[in-house]
Design a protein around this ligand. Structure first.
Ligand code: CP
Ligand code: NVA
Length: 313
């Protein structure tokens, strides 16, 4: 079992499968597994804003009987008042796990190299593995299997897109990505996932035609056009992404039973219309709720290494 969750590569196919199986069990108990990690402590650091990740990790820690400790990044200054390796050594003496949202993926990876506790990537510029776990849990709840599943991703080839690409490679579904030119996902992440698809099934398809990506899809996914840290590019991106809104007409090209997913927060009227967000295909609130259960499963698996989940009973 992985020690850290830095990208979905840390978990691989088996680790993702164990996480999803445990999350389903935790959901059936409404997140209450109070004795599983009683006395444990999880630190939470947010160098960028958060609603879902912050609240779902606190709720997940509490559900396991752990103390969630949200640490003000301006106060503790990881890598500021002392080196990242020294910060990692220190937090390892107090905590059972540390989840961190920050800008550079390299910072999370450096923490993991020196920490003796699990380090969890709660979003970086390059990856959002915790989000993708809740996304695939929501897909599996709806469709029961990933075999033959087609997910269309419309928008920016960003952190959320990268984690979905990795998920598709390990779980063997088809991810059809449609971005404006110049906003494609990282080719190295795509190539690795395509190699995994050759073993596990599915495919990663890239293009610029949103209608081609969505036609016949079982699910349609989008994310904001300017991610946290890209606020200065907002006007320029609004022009580049103008044709990439998921609206009712686009959803009509998907399969009749298709669902709509979004990591949230949504910018209604930009990447998605109210009609789609609030319409019958939308599963965005279930998807957000599933963050709670997948985060709980991640904490449990990384801290205990127990894939059977026997301490959850
Ligand atoms: N989807 C997600 O990670 O939301 P927050 O930024 O609110 O945590
Ligand atoms: N791509 C978005 C995801 C937010 C959950 C961002 O990084 O801001």
């Amino acid at each position: 079992m992985a020690r850290h969750l830095l990208t979905l590569d840390s978990l691989g196919r088996d680790g993702i499968r164990h996480t999803l199986d445990l999350a389903v069990r935790i959901k059936s108990r409404r997140g209450m597994t109070r004795d599983a990690l009683a006395g444990g402590r999880v630190g939470l650091i947010f160098d960028k804003p958060s609603l879902r990740t912050r609240v779902s990790f606190e709720a997940a820690a509490w559900g396991l009987g752990m103390l969630p400790m949200t640490l003000r990044s301006d106060e503790i200054q990881i890598g500021g008042r002392e080196s990242i390796p020294d910060s990692a050594r220190i937090v390892s003496r107090y905590l059972s796990a540390l989840a961190i949202r920050t800008f550079e993926q390299a910072k999370v990876e450096e923490l993991a190299r020196y920490a003796t506790i699990p380090i969890i990537n709660a979003l970086t510029d390059d990856h959002h593995p915790c989000q993708a776990l809740a996304d695939v849990m929501t897909l599996e709840e709806e469709f029961k299997s990933f075999d033959g599943l087609r997910l269309a991703y419309v928008g920016d080839g960003n952190n959320v897109c990268h984690s979905l690409i990795q998920a598709a490679g390990y779980l063997g579904f088809t991810l059809a990505i449609s971005t404006p030119e110049g906003y494609e996902p990282d080719p190295a992440i795509v190539a690795t996932a395509q190699a995994n698809c050759r073993v596990n099934g599915g495919a990663i398809e890239l293009g610029h035609d949103r209608e081609a990506a969505v036609r016949g899809a079982d699910a349609v996914y989008t994310d904001i056009w300017a991610s946290m840290g890209q606020e200065k590019e907002r006007a320029e991106r609004a022009i580049a992404f103008a044709g990439y809104c998921v609206d009712g007409a686009l959803m009509k090209l998907a399969a009749p039973r298709a669902i709509f997913l979004h990591c949230l927060p949504a910018h209604r009227g930009d990447e998605v219309t109210d009609e789609v967000m609030d319409g019958p295909h939308s599963r965005v609130w279930d998807e957000a709720e599933n963050r709670w259960y997948t985060e709980q499963a991640v904490l449990y698996l990384l801290i205990t290494g127990d894939e059977t989940g026997e301490r959850l009973e």
